[in-house]
Design a protein around this ligand. Structure first.
Ligand SMILES: Nc1ncnc2c1ncn2[C@@H]1O[C@H](COP(=O)(O)OP(=O)(O)OP(=O)(O)O)[C@@H](O)[C@H]1O
Length: 784
């Protein structure tokens, strides 16, 4: 093994970090000085400041992101080309600004992920560089050209060594990027074209989530202008999951991404209540769209007996004929309820004015009405301005908010069977003092109903839109000035744009005046992602949906509205579906929206769960579905899952936790000898992690009881997953992973939930139970 070779790479990495530090210092200085600079308040001065801040802030974020594990690979081509591959791209200071390290997303980096002995893609040698901080700790070379006789001593026959080392590492409670070890099947998905709907399917641990996140990073790189402006939205099942994955994109230099759970997709509403499974199922049905449409139509009424309206020019009667004619006119417009209201109102006003005209201008001798057009117009105005007339119109065609409509509907659900109506009925609460409506506690399944209501009702925002358009014109004019000046004052760092592989972008390359105008708004106020989050009608550039199999038909309607271009990556595993309202198959989800215009790809290798655990999880499913085929695990640990029967579940959970090496509060984790897990007796060459994370996964109804036995366990709606021990219900555990998992009382789990729980462990699995074990778990090693 050549220490010189390691030394060369260390020298290169040193140069790289020195360059990064220099770039960073210059960038930071530029931002600080621009922000701190006194300016005279003139447009010119503001423009100059904004140019610097705009150009440099994005670069700073990318530089910070790249600082950790900046360089991880090297490609040596047969033709002599030699490229280092990194998390971000950086160029030299030479005259040509040649690349120092290539962004992993650039085309030239692709052989790092795809080349094989059979298809070397021009490569002679591929090198994995392992670093710890800034120190090069290891090299792993693969020779792809058998005529290459050079030997460094780092050539390895096991091409998966780097991957296995990464998979065996103790978990941290946060998902990490995998740029160093993306597998070929994953790379093809990550770089699949931007347009259309791509469904990524695969069993537990096949990398669906991590691949979807890298795909988002790749798409942002390849379509930067479009996607940073339109924003990428990542939808995940719950807040804990979003916390678990939220570091991945920033670690790849991408910060302008919005994360949301399905309960957060209606701005202004936070889902705090929980539906029963039956209620969630009813609310999620596609038929609810039509039901709500009918409910809105029911609010457009005709009086059974004429409404009497006192008026200065004479009493008015708003009868069924006038209301009927007005309703037909309003419904004939293509507008939603609130926007069609003016059409209704104007026809009612015409009808009532006619009443007055007939009465006041009637010729007693049967001749033509003697009121002139001016007088009629006057009468019409006085009718329109009458508060009593307005109140009558409101009664027949009320202005409605989505919240009011859905609260009313849930208070008295119609167009459903009695059973379904009973499942979702929720009386309106009233403030005991003021008698006003109490605030509604919304559920996740209410959110798509609110969105549907917003579509049916429409919002009269014409004034707001006109103001926004005027403001936008002003900003574009201003931004044009920014760009003109920016071109004149560009720095060396940003000039280097002659080739297609450039990774560092400048204002001229990224933006036109319109785009910069939007950027200015961001600088002044919020980021694009923040603006998107606050705007129900935002059209996202790309949407990634994780655990997509869980969403209801109504939730899909909402998401499709947010993606008019239908650029989406949907990630899921139908075998892990347990939501009663879930849509079921991809066909059912997608045919109504993108029939024939979607593609499905499958990932088939489990990178998380070792063979020993996966076999057990598969047996559980096979007990009901004998043909079930789980993904193949990429590694095994030699440690068999164990079970323990007990009469005292909390005590058994506490015992299991102690045996898995999680110290109670106040005792340092290191003070407990880890690894002596109850199942180790059977393990021959067990590879045990030194430290890591343990999860106890238990049915929701047992969580409180178990918490008393393991008070040091982290739990709650949004548990901190970086803590050594967490207590979760199976829904919360979706998408997560831990070194060790203890499943409590598996007989109380739904089958899909149990499958999810059993497949969360990267190292060891134990089961504690008082009831009989479900089929598939009965053969586990008995512990204790
Ligand atoms: N190429 C890879 N290199 C290193 N680690 C990988 C690779 N692919 C996947 N992994 C790791 O495997 C684990 C499982 O990945 P991920 O959570 O994305 O799987 P999933 O298919 O979404 O699982 P589930 O459906 O069970 O939630 C993660 O720790 C991930 O980092």
């Amino acid at each position: 093994m050549s220490n010189a070779e390691l030394g060369h790479e260390q020298e290169f990495v040193d140069v790289l970090y020195a360059h990064l530090a220099d770039l960073r210092a210059r960038t930071e200085a530029a931002v600080t000085s621009a922000l701190g600079r006194e300016h005279d308040g003139t447009r010119q001065a503001r423009v100059e400041r904004d140019i610097v801040v705009f150009e440099q802030s994005g670069l700073l974020a990318a530089l910070d992101a790249g600082a950790n594990g900046l360089c991880f690979g090297r490609l040596l081509f047969r033709d002599g080309a030699d490229h280092h591959i990194g998390r971000i791209g950086i160029r030299r200071d030479d005259a040509e600004h040649t690349p120092l390290v290539i962004d992993w997303r650039a085309d030239v980096a692709r052989p790092f992920y795809l080349a094989t002995g059979h298809t070397p893609m021009g490569l002679r040698r591929r090198r994995h560089i392992t670093t710890s901080g800034r120190r090069v700790t290891g090299l792993h070379d693969e020779i792809l050209d058998l005529t290459d006789a050079t030997r460094t001593g780092f050539e390895g026959s096991d091409a998966d060594a780097v991957l296995l080392a990464s998979l065996d590492a103790a978990r941290t409670g946060r998902m990490h990027d995998i740029v160093q070890t993306i597998q070929a099947e994953q790379d093809r998905i990550i770089r699949a074209p931007h347009g259309g709907v791509l469904v990524v399917e695969g069993g537990p641990g096949t990398g669906k989530t991590v691949v979807a996140l890298h795909r988002a990073a790749y798409l942002l790189y390849a379509n930067r202008e479009q996607l940073t402006r339109r924003v990428v939205l990542v939808v995940g099942p719950n807040p804990a999951f979003l916390g678990y994955i939220e570091d991945v994109l920033p670690s790849l230099g991408e910060t302008g991404v919005q994360f949301a759970t399905p309960g957060e997709l209606f701005p202004g509403v936070t889902a705090t209540a929980v539906d029963t499974p039956e209620a969630a199922e009813v609310k999620g049905r596609a038929a609810m769209a039509e039901v709500l449409g009918r409910f809105v139509a029911d609010r457009q009424t005709v009086p059974e007996t004429p409404l009497f309206i006192e008026h200065d020019d004479g009493d008015l009667y708003l009868d069924a004929a006038i209301a009927e004619a007005a309703r037909s006119k309003a419904r004939a417009t293509p507008l939603p309820h609130n926007l069609a209201r003016p059409a209704f109102a104007s026809r009612v006003i015409d009808g009532l004015t006619e009443q007055l005209v007939d009465r006041l201008g009637a010729d007693p001798f049967g001749g033509p009405n003697f009121l002139g057009s001016g007088e009629i117009a006057q009468l019409s105005m006085s009718v329109a301005e009458s508060p009593a007339v307005q109140a009558a119109i409101d009664e027949l065609w009320p202005r409605l908010t989505p919240q009011e409509l859905i609260a009313d509907y849930l208070a008295e659900p119609v167009y459903l069977s009695d059973e379904d109506a009973a499942a979702i009925r929720r009386p309106i609460g009233y403030d005991p003092v003021f008698g006003t409506r109490a605030a509604v506690e919304w559920t996740v399944a209410d959110v798509p109903l609110l969105d549907e209501a917003a579509e049916l009702l429409g919002e009269d925002d014409s004034l707001a839109r006109a103001l926004a358009a005027a403001e936008r014109r002003r900003r574009i004019a201003y931004a044009q000035g920014v760009l003109d000046l920016s071109y004149g004052s560009r720095t060396q760092e940003f000039e280097d744009r002659d080739d297609e592989e450039s990774e560092v972008l400048s204002a001229h390359d990224l933006v036109d005046a319109e785009r910069l105008a939007e950027r200015q708004e961001e600088l002044d106020h919020r980021t694009s992602a923040e603006r998107a989050a606050a705007d129900r009608t935002w059209a996202y550039g790309h949407i990634v949906v994780d655990e997509a199999q869980e969403l209801s038909a109504m939730a899909w309607r909402l998401l499709m509205r947010r993606s008019p271009t239908r650029s989406m990556t949907l990630v899921g595993d139908p075998a892990q579906t347990s939501e009663p309202g879930a849509c079921g198959s991809w066909e059912r989800i997608l045919v109504p929206f993108v029939e024939g215009r979607w593609e499905r790809v499958r990932l088939g290798v489990n990178y998380r769960t070792p063979t020993e655990i996966m076999e057990v999880a598969a047996e559980v499913v096979r007990a009901v579905d004998p043909g079930f085929g789980p993904p193949d695990s990429v590694r095994s640990t030699g440690v068999k899952p164990w079970s323990r029967h007990t009469a005292d579940l909390p005590a058994a959970v506490a015992w299991a936790v102690a045996h898995e090496g999680v110290a109670p509060e106040g005792v340092a984790h290191d003070a407990v000898t880890p690894g002596a897990g109850p199942g180790d007796a059977g393990g021959a060459d067990a590879r045990i992690p030194v430290a890591g994370r343990v999860a106890v996964i238990a049915p929701r109804e047992l969580i409180d009881t178990l918490a008393t036995a393991i008070p040091h366990a982290e739990r709650g709606v949004e548990p901190d997953l970086t803590r050594p021990l967490v207590l979760l219900d199976p829904k919360q555990a979706k998408g997560l992973e831990f070194d060790v998992v203890i499943v409590a009382e598996p007989a109380a789990f739904a089958l899909a939930d149990l499958y999810v729980a059993l497949t969360r462990a990267t190292q060891r699995l134990g089961v504690v139970h008082t009831r009989d074990l479900p089929p598939g778990l009965t053969g586990l090693v008995q512990a204790g």
